[in-house]
Design a protein around this ligand. Structure first.
Ligand SMILES: [Zn+2]
Length: 464
C-alpha cells in the first residue's frame, strides 16, 4: 500500500491524504487551503487528479480545512461515497452550504468594489449551493465503533478524537498483497477535559502506521481550568474599558465552548451581566446540531444540562441571524461580547466588526484558536501595528488577547502521550503542522526511537 500526502503537509490547512491499496484508493479528507489569496485560489480550484479519481472518500471531521473542498472534488468528477460520522454529516450540511454562501457573497462584494480597477481579476466562487447538495448526496453516515468496508479488503472504524462534535480518528485494517496492516489516521486530536465533548479515545493496538496531526507539536497549552480564569480576566477588563470584545471563532466547537464557559462563569457570579451577540447564522445552526447530538456530550456537560437546562441559551445571549440585525450591533452602546465567524478572520461577518472596532482602543480582539500563516487572525497574533481588512490598511488600536487554553487541538504533551500509547510502530508521519511545530516534535520522537517522517506536499510513500 502507498500513502500520498497531497495537503496539510508542513502546513495546517487543505488536508488531503490518499491511501492506495490493491483494491483501490481512499481519499481521507479534502479540506480548503487557506493562506495567501492567489495561492489559495489556485490550489483550491485545481485538485490533484489522483484525488478526483479516488474510489471513496472518508472525512474525519467537519472543519472546513478538512471538509471544505469536498464539493470541488465532486464537481471535478469524483463519484464515490463520502463516509463520515452522523454528527459530521449534520454539521457539513450547514457548513458547506455556508462556505458556498460566503464565497458567493465575498466574490460579489469584491468584484463590485473593484469593478473600476483595470488590474482586478474578477473572483469566481469555487462552488455554489447546488454543488454542495451534490456533494452531500454522496455522504454515508457511520457511527463511532461501527466497522464498515469502504473498499474490498479494508475495514474502517471511526473512534472519537475529542476535537469537535462528531470528530473522528480513522482506523484502517488493511489486507493487501497477503499482508495485514493497521493504519491509524488521527485526524485533528482534541485535549483531555475540553468542555462539552468526550475526551479522545486511545488508539487500538497494535498500530503499524500512524498519520498524526502536529498543529501544536512544540507548544504546551494552559490547563483547561485556566480557560475559565483567563476568560474572566479578559471579559472584566473589556467591561472596565467600556469597549466591545470581539471574538473571531469557528462556528463549530469554539463558539459553543466559549458560551459554555461564559454560562458557567455567570452562574458562579464571576462575571457581570453583559450582552453576548452570536453573530453568525452558521453558529446558530451548528448550535442546533449540538442540541441534536447529546450522545457526544461528556458527563460534566450532561449534568450541567440537567442542572441549568440549555447549555447554549442564557440571559444576555442573543443569536443574530439577519444582516440587518448584525448591523444593529454597531449601534449598541456600551460593552458587549461579539462572537462571530470566521475563525481565522479571513471571511464572514467578523470582518465587519473588526473593521468597525480595530481602531478603537477601548475594544478587545480575543483570539482563541490556531491562526494559519498569512491569515488576518495570524496578523493579530503577531501584534502587527497595521492590518489590511478588505484591501484597506487600518491601525490596530484595539487590545489583542490570545488565549491558547481554548485550543481544540492536542498540545505537545498530548501528542507525545498519544504516540506512546500506540506502542511500537513501523512508521509515524507528522501532518497538519507548520515546520516550527513539527521539527521539535519530530526530534523528540526520534530520540525516543520512533521512526518518524515529516512528508512534504506531493510525497508518495510505499509501506510494507
Ligand atoms: Zn479541526
Amino acid at each position: 500500500m502507498r500513502l500520498r500526502f497531497l495537503g496539510a503537509a508542513q502546513e495546517v490547512t487543505g488536508s488531503l491524504l490518499l491511501v492506495e491499496v490493491a483494491s483501490g484508493t481512499i481519499a481521507v479528507d479534502c479540506g480548503m487551503f487557506q493562506g495567501r489569496r492567489e495561492e489559495s485560489r489556485q490550489r483550491n480550484r485545481q485538485l490533484p487528479a489522483e484525488a478526483i479519481h479516488a474510489d471513496v472518500a472518508i472525512l474525519t471531521h467537519s472543519h472546513i480545512d478538512h471538509s471544505g473542498n469536498l464539493p470541488t472534488l465532486v464537481k471535478s468528477g469524483f463519484t464515490g461515497s463520502i463516509y463520515a460520522t452522523p454528527a459530521t454529516l449534520d454539521l457539513c450540511a450547514y457548513m458547506l452550504r455556508d462556505s458556498a454562501r460566503i464565497q458567493t457573497g465575498d466574490a460579489a462584494y469584491l468584484n463590485r468594489k473593484f469593478q473600476n480597477d483595470p488590474d482586478w481579476i474578477p473572483i469566481v466562487p469555487l462552488y455554489d449551493e447546488t454543488d454542495v447538495l451534490q456533494a452531500l448526496e454522496r455522504f454515508v453516515a457511520i457511527p463511532y465503533h461501527h466497522a464498515f468496508e469502504p473498499l474490498p479488503g479494508v475495514k474502517a472504524t471511526f473512534l472519537n478524537s475529542g476535537h469537535i462534535l462528531g470528530s473522528a480518528q480513522l482506523v484502517l485494517d488493511i489486507s493487501d498483497n497477503g499482508h495485514s496492516r493497521r493504519l491509524v489516521v488521527s485526524g485533528d486530536l482534541g485535549r483531555q477535559g475540553l468542555p462539552i465533548i468526550r475526551d479522545p479515545e486511545p488508539p487500538p493496538l497494535p498500530v503499524d502506521y500512524l498519520v498524526i496531526e502536529s498543529t501544536y507539536g512544540n507548544r504546551l497549552h494552559g490547563t483547561v481550568e485556566q480557560m475559565h480564569d483567563d476568560l474572566e480576566r479578559v471579559v472584566k477588563d473589556s467591561v472596565r474599558r467600556g469597549g466591545k470584545l470581539i471574538v473571531p471563532a469557528f462556528a463549530v466547537g469554539r463558539t459553543q465552548e466559549i458560551l459554555y464557559v461564559l454560562h458557567g462563569l455567570f452562574k458562579a457570579g464571576r462575571l457581570p451581566a453583559i450582552p453576548i451577540f452570536i453573530d453568525s447564522p452558521l453558529a446558530i445552526n451548528v448550535t442546533e446540531v449540538f442540541r441534536l447530538h447529546p450522545e457526544c456530550f461528556d458527563a460534566e456537560t450532561r449534568s450541567f444540562l440537567d442542572e441549568h437546562g440549555d447549555v447554549f441559551s442564557f440571559q444576555g445571549v442573543r443569536y443574530v441571524r439577519t444582516p440587518e440585525e448584525s448591523m444593529e450591533i454597531n449601534r449598541h452602546a456600551g460593552p458587549a461580547i461579539i462572537i462571530s465567524a470566521s475563525g481565522m478572520a479571513e471571511a464572514g461577518r467578523v470582518l465587519h466588526h473588526l473593521r468597525n472596532h480595530v481602531g478603537d482602543e477601548r475594544s478587545t480582539i480575543l483570539i482563541v484558536g490556531f491562526m494559519a500563516q498569512h491569515t488576518l487572525g495570524r496578523r493579530f497574533v503577531e501584534r502587527r501595528p497595521r492590518v489590511k481588512i478588505w484591501g484597506l490598511e487600518r491601525d490596530v488600536r484595539a487590545r489583542v488577547e490570545v488565549l491558547n487554553a481554548f485550543s481544540a487541538h492536542a498540545d505537545r504533551g498530548d501528542l507525545l502521550k498519544y504516540v506512546e500509547a500506540c506502542g511500537a510502530m513501523r512508521r509515524v508521519f507528522l501532518v497538519h503542522g507548520e515546520p516550527d511545530q513539527q521539527g521539535p516534535l519530530r526530534a523528540t520522537l526520534a530520540e525516543r526511537g520512533v521512526c518518524v517522517h515529516v512528508p512534504e506536499r506531493g510525497d508518495t510513500i510505499e509501506l510494507e
